[in-house]
Design a protein around this ligand. Sequence first.
Ligand code: GLN
Length: 233
Amino acid sequence: HKTADDNPTYVIATDTTFAPFEFRDTKSGDLVGIDMDMIQEIAKQEGFKVDIRSLGFQAALSAVQAGQADGVIAGMSITDERKEIFDFSEPYFESGVQMAVAASDNDTKGYEDLKGKTVVAKSGTQGLLEAEKLATKYDFKVKALDQSATMYESVKNKSAVAVFDDYPVLAYGIAQGNGLKVVTEKIPGGEYGFAVAKGKNSELLASFNDGLARLKADGGYQKIVDRYLAAPE
Ligand code: GLN
């Protein structure tokens, strides 16, 4: 929390594993990714310190609402519903939801094939909302889980037929060989933003926006994105 000195320390909540936005580097054990590198870089430039808490998505949002964390950066989509309880930064990444199935699954080609089956999505996310929206029309069940890793595992071990998650995250995992594939179109919408509790931590939010604008202007933002998403030579 903000202290009286010139370099306040802010508690920043995030998801556990949401590569390429936040995940543990297998060698160093450090939390890395686009969100992590960006908040560290902005903190350095704007003169504040961060204490990162890797809590899980829903827990991260709750921590901010409860005043246990000052801000959240977790590939969090800017939505009108969330604007009722959070103040968001300028958007920093274009995203949306998509469905993925096991790479070995040749039967599930679209939402019609989900009839009577179970899909998974992450608690408190847009992926869960999108899955629930489609569930009635296509007559399937939706199970909420707290972590991306558990969701992917349940698709691979066939306790669920599909997972709804953000498409940049699915694409990254699939490119790393996580054993899934996408079979439906992207559902667009949901740019990512950094968030604070509504009406709180306005100084932190202003610093984030200032730092983000600078990173976008000086190429630092692109450098961070390319660190994780540049096509291999
Ligand atoms: N972008 C999605 C949301 O905000 C998912 C975020 C996540 O799983 N970390 O709901």
